[in-house]
Write a protein of this length. Sequence first.
Length: 222
Amino acid sequence: MELPTTDELVLLGAPATLTDGSRVRIRQGHRSDRELLVRGFERLSPESRYRRFLVPITELTDEMVRYLTEVDHHDHEAIIALDEDTGEGVGVARYVRSHDRPDVAELAVTVVDDWQGKGLGTLLVEVLSARARAEGIVRFSALMLARNDEMMDLLKRLETVSIVEQELGTVEIEVPIPTVGLAPALRRLLQIAARHDVAVPLAGRELATRLAAYPGSDQSAR
């Protein structure tokens, strides 16, 4: 029997079981997910919002929601996870292709607080990697908070991770997308992302910059 492709699975809503037995369905995001996105944002703690967007965000404006939901599944893709019991959104991973380097895309991941630590972020990025490969993307870039030397030492030890730019408290990295599956270095980074004292979930620089310019974000609060 012929197995469905990744595209077919995410279009239909692929079922998956997480490490604690929780069940989700994985699918592509669409414009109709506006309310789903807003409800998911409301479930994020202030710390999770900051770790995701890199600026304090109290609410999503219409402009933010429009940017996050108007995906074309080519230059901008979003893969979301739905709680199979309630149908509510519990996580999203997205990429945005670079204008200057079309084979590179910024990666960002968000998982609501009560679903963190179950392997959901890793699952979402693995599916997103398959979508990126199908669209001709060969590398992910990401912006991370690196609050101490331990995080920087780890990044330097991961052979396939390139440190593109380093500023006070943040580091931009690039990771190649393998021909199948998820890059081991990226899997490792996602695994340690739950350790808030060391690293935070990956965020896209372009998205963080856009959100910082919107009303509702308050950089002075952090």
